[in-house]
Design a protein around this ligand. Structure first.
Ligand SMILES: [Zn+2]
Length: 596
């Protein structure tokens, strides 16, 4: 067993009693019954009549619909949070499954509500959307209506959703199971995917190369199957898009992200026009590592520098200090997470990995989940999740239906929080070697969310367009699209080995959530641009920024962001964020000169 250093986070566990007293709380069953009853009542009162209600009645109906969803969400949040901290606990597993199945039943009972609103006659909908009585729900009402050209009749929707279980969902599950069961031979052992990929981050080049060879070999031997899965899901998406009248492969994703195709095109165009930043950094890194050629398996090699160890107290102070310097209200909210036990940070057997901030429901508050080991990246994770937490806390006032932002702005407050802490860390550190290591880490993180995701978007684009025009694609054709889109990004700084041609085939995002990846780049560049404004404007920036967070998902992203002077429809906007990344690479180049 690996010894873990004590951090002081061993006792940092959350108190979920603001949701329910515990797994035996009789209120759990009472709430299930009550939600069922209210859903039945809603259905009895409004089914087949929604478009005949006057504004007062419609307001009441939407408010009740929202309340029922909030009740279901309280239950779902509670069991999910509970289970996260002890996934091996069978009692937790059983109640999680029970609530999941119950929620899906409840959802089916409520689906008429959405459909009737989406399909209500245009003149009725327009009148209600503009009615002052319904002002609070305006955005939800407007945003839902955009789906009208793309929803089918209720029986058609039912058939599609039922057949999806043995269609799309079965194929993605097959892919996950296939991937999960693959073992990668390495040094006489059989490793899992995360174990073998972790070896790409070690200093010894032979280890990295050996690990990459093993990944290639295993993917290669499964390539006919993987190629078939990718083709089938691409074809499934093409037919779904055709049935639902979406003009391009990415249109449905843009619609749910609440951005126009033009804005996304401008983002992609801007990022691909600055691939020179990537090439400059990897050329610098090649020199630092003393290599003649930087291969694909060398990209994640660590720079030689000591990584610090942080206690929980130190991490908490660093993060709170950074938020305090930003705005008193930001730190006031962040402090509550520590003071009222809204964080679970302890390492425990059976606790799931990763980190998240769960918004739960507007009438309660968010909870932060993480695994604190004392590494520098854990300090960043704490800053990140508290950023989400502050955002979710402030947007509660929009209510259940409008508190959540679309994907594109969901990572705004988290990434911004990381920037605050990162800037502090850099300012406090005087050793140029450590500064360089911190900066390199930040640059590589930023590349991973901006350039890598956009290059992957280019692969997705190439794959979907080719599948629609050329029919079933051979592995070689997919490899060709992959290598081209990746080499475009690195220019001549990284050399793609012949083996790398098959590395498209293990990335789950392409299959699980087509079109998802560009949202990362969107969020990160937005924050980079906002942070540049913060540096320029100083204290007057923070109150407006907090207003943006408070607005949650109550309006279109471009309207929510307008008070920050951000114009998402201006194609040159994205260059601001890219310019900030450029500055970081300049700083790294200067630090290299100082340290050599
Ligand atoms: Zn996040």
């Amino acid at each position: 067993m690996v010894e873990t250093k004590l951090t002081g986070a061993e006792e940092v566990v959350w108190d979920l009693s603001d949701l329910y007293a515990g797994i035996d709380d009789p209120k759990l069953d009472d709430d299930i019954k009550l939600a069922n009853k209210r859903a039945e009542k809603l259905s009895a009162a409004y089914r087949d009549k929604l478009a005949s209600l006057d504004e007062e009645e419609l307001y009441e109906a939407v408010a009740e619909y929202e309340n029922i969803i909030e009740m279901a969400h309280r239950l779902a949040s509670f069991v999910h949070l509970l289970w996260s901290t002890d996934t091996g606990n069978q009692e937790y597993g059983a109640i999680l499954q029970k609530i999941t199945e119950w929620s899906s039943q409840l959802e089916q009972q409520l689906v008429f509500f959405d459909l009737e609103w989406v399909n209500a006659p245009d003149d009725y909908a327009a009148k209600m959307i503009d009615h002052p009585v319904l002002a609070h729900y305006k955005h939800w009402m407007e945003a839902s209506r955009r789906y009208q050209p793309h929803v089918l009749s209720e029986p058609e929707e039912k058939i599609l959703s039922e057949k999806a279980v043995t269609g799309r969902e079965a194929w993605t599950r097959f892919f996950s199971q296939l991937m999960g069961n693959m073992r990668y031979p390495y040094d006489g052992q059989e490793l899992t995917q995360s174990e073998i990929l972790a070896k790409l981050y070690v200093g010894d080049r032979d280890v990295r190369k050996g690990a990459a060879d093993s990944v290639t070999q295993v993917l290669q031997s499964n390539l006919p199957t993987l190629t078939y899965v990718f083709n089938t899901l691409a074809a499934e998406k093409a037919s779904d898009d055709r049935l639902r009248s979406y003009p391009t492969w990415v249109s449905s994703r843009n619609l749910s992200n609440e951005v126009s195709d033009d804005v996304v095109d401008a983002l992609i165009e801007a990022v691909t026009s600055r691939y020179d930043i990537v090439a400059r950094y990897y050329t610098l890194k090649r020199g630092l590592l003393g290599l003649d050629t930087l291969y694909d398996y060398d990209r994640y090699a660590p720079l030689p520098a000591a990584e610090g160890h942080y206690t929980w107290d130190k991490a908490r102070r660093m993060v709170l200090d950074a938020y305090a310097a930003f705005h008193p209200q930001a730190v006031e909210i962040a402090e509550q997470f520590f003071d009222h036990s809204w964080i679970d940070a302890a390492l425990k057997p059976g606790k799931r990995g990763g980190a998240y901030s769960a918004s739960t429901i507007p009438s309660v508050h968010p909870y932060v989940f993480m695994n604190f080991t004392g590494a520098a990246r854990d300090v960043m994770t704490l800053a990140h999740e508290l950023g989400h937490g502050i955002h979710q806390y402030l947007s509660r006032e929009q209510g259940m239906l409008q508190a959540h932002t679309p994907l594109t702005t969901a990572e705004m407050a988290s990434t911004f929080g990381e920037m605050l802490v990162f800037t502090d860390m850099m300012n406090q550190e005087s050793d140029p070697n450590v500064r360089l290591a911190l900066l390199a880490h930040k640059i590589e993180d930023t590349f991973a969310t901006v350039f890598r995701q956009v290059s992957m978007n280019r692969f997705e684009h190439g794959m979907h367009v080719a599948r629609r025009e050329e029919g079933e694609l051979p592995s070689d054709r997919l490899g060709e699209i992959w290598i081209k889109t990746q080499q475009d990004m690195f220019i001549d700084s990284v050399t793609m080995s012949e083996n790398y041609r098959v590395w498209w085939s293990y990335i789950p995002h392409f299959l699980h959530t087509p079109g998802y990846v560009y949202a990362y780049a969107f969020g990160e560049l937005l924050v980079m641009a906002l942070f540049a404004r913060y540096r320029k404007e100083g204290d007057s920036f923070a109150p407006r920024y907090l207003d943006v967070l408070r607005a949650g998902g109550s309006d279109w992203p471009e309207k929510v962001l307008a008070p920050m002077g951000v114009d998402l429809t201006d194609p040159t906007f994205w260059q601001e964020g890219l310019g900030e990344i450029d500055i970081m690479v300049n700083q790294a180049e200067e630090l290299v000169e100082q340290t050599s």
